[in-house]
Design a protein. Structure first.
Length: 59
């Protein structure tokens, strides 16, 4: 289904990007959406946490 274009006083507005939230990847969140927790998703979560930690420490 098509949605009407967002405008601001007649000027088109670009769609907002949703900020990545690590909690979306947490096993409880995945399970709440009906997903399955696998070894790969656990590994991916660990990689995402490591990347986030490295970013906050300036590495």
């Amino acid at each position: 289904m098509a949605r009407p274009a967002r405008t601001n006083g007649g000027e088109p507005v670009s769609p907002r990007r949703r900020r990545f939230v690590l909690s979306d990847w947490l096993p409880a969140a995945v399970a709440a959406r009906g997903g399955r927790i696998t070894r790969e998703s656990e590994r991916g979560l660990a990689d995402l946490r490591a990347a986030q930690d490295a970013r906050t420490t300036g590495r």
